[in-house]
Ligand binder design. Sequence first.
Ligand SMILES: Cc1cc2nc3c(=O)[nH]c(=O)nc-3n(C[C@H](O)[C@H](O)[C@H](O)COP(=O)(O)OP(=O)(O)OC[C@H]3O[C@@H](n4cnc5c(N)ncnc54)[C@H](O)[C@@H]3O)c2cc1C
Length: 472
Amino acid sequence: MRFAIGLFLCAALGGALTTHAAETVNDITQLNPIVVDRVAHPKTLEEIVELVATHPGPIAIGGGRYSMGGQTATEHALQIDMRSFKQILGFSRERKEITLQPGITWRALQDFIDPYDLSVSIMQSYANFTVGGALSVNAHGRYIGYGPLVSSVKSIKLVLADGQVVEASPQLNAELFYGAIGGYGGLGVIVEATLHLSDNVRLLRTFEEMPLADYRDYFAAQIEHNPQVILHNAVLYPDQYQTLRAVSYRRTELPLTVQERLTPLNQNYWKEHKAMKVVSQWPGGKTLRQEVIDPLVLKKPQVSWRNHEASLDVRELEPDSRAKRTYVLQEYFVPPDQLESFIQEMGTTLRAHKVNVINLSIRHAKADPGTLLAWAKTEVFALVLYYQQSTTQAARNEVGQWTRALVDSAIKHGGSYYLPYQIHATPQQFRAAYPRAGEFLALKARVDPQNKFRNKLWDAYGVAAGENGTQP
Ligand SMILES: Cc1cc2nc3c(=O)[nH]c(=O)nc-3n(C[C@H](O)[C@H](O)[C@H](O)COP(=O)(O)OP(=O)(O)OC[C@H]3O[C@@H](n4cnc5c(N)ncnc54)[C@H](O)[C@@H]3O)c2cc1C
């Protein structure tokens, strides 16, 4: 393969990188402590090139560490923690484009673009993640008319295993572009990204309650092609999952009810924390949510800036302690006409295992334009599952069982599951849900022949796991 930019930066820079001796890396669930040999916190491209070109052992890449299954580390690795690599490199208000170092968080990016009345085009529903982490999982949000994050990326730059810095876009080194986005740090370090931006507009929140059976028609008629709807999702209520509240944020010129342009960084979340406790631990808490808490919250008229809604802080979800119980996410994707059938099977599985579901919501995404590890192989509805589990080994084993049942069900319905979460799917399930994984691994073998870029995801499903993989 020939790369357009073959800039090889000499490794003899001798930069004083901040490193620490063996360190335990964990994620937000606290379920996956991994001891790495050291963690480096590079601030410059030259430092990253030096680390990659000279480190003899495995290298894992860390962003905000919100993925939930060891996707940022493996034993004895050098972890390159990208969070200090966070400069904005270029910006055009006219072209609505920004170029940045991907250790930056969405929130820091929003602080920069908000004064120009611009917004991130596609991102997750919280702003704490790094852009590099979001690119590497090919994240998505509640944005109507969009799909995975890749659609808003103009180009990226990567540091490959041999220290080469290469540019990739849909036109240039397209295989690397569509491999690295959604590639979980397996091909190299994303060291630069240029993103398309959108306008920051005022949004009026509205909601409607309906049976699941009506939702697809409602979505097709009123939401999908409506240019006024910017954000949309639907909350499905446990444990029957047959009633939902569809929540939309539409463009409006009405006066603001929320004056702040961005979610305040020092916001107090005691109400949200109380509500989480009620829903997850009180008997009848889920009914209370459906019948009292949600109607009360949603009936309050809300007009806010898009950037306010896009800058939510994951602190609003954080429990007092994760020692005995922790909160975990999962996500499944199915083609639109499979929605009701999949939810029916999902509900049966969740009830059979008495899963403590805090939230199950539906989102929509357009088909992926070509990433090798596309979770949206077609247009899809996404089922985002937030639940509480005990941290005991027995509980973890049971989560593994019902997760594999849900993955099977998603595959049977022509769908997929999301990879940033706990690694419970078997290698066979991974290959079935991600049919182009073989192409990805062949590309990895070409650009990273020594399998330098590793983490728990690639240990489970990558080349080193062998043809049949290692059972996670
Ligand atoms: C509360 C919560 C809400 C969430 N909501 C959503 C949502 O709405 N939509 C959605 O799509 N996802 C959602 N997620 C999942 C989230 O998008 C992923 O976990 C994402 O990876 C988080 O970004 P991060 O910066 O923490 O990445 P990390 O967890 O640090 O890294 C994720 C992967 O990216 C790789 N990586 C990171 N930076 C780079 C880089 N510069 N170059 C190459 N590889 C890199 C890592 O090696 C790793 O494999 C949510 C997660 C949580 C905890």
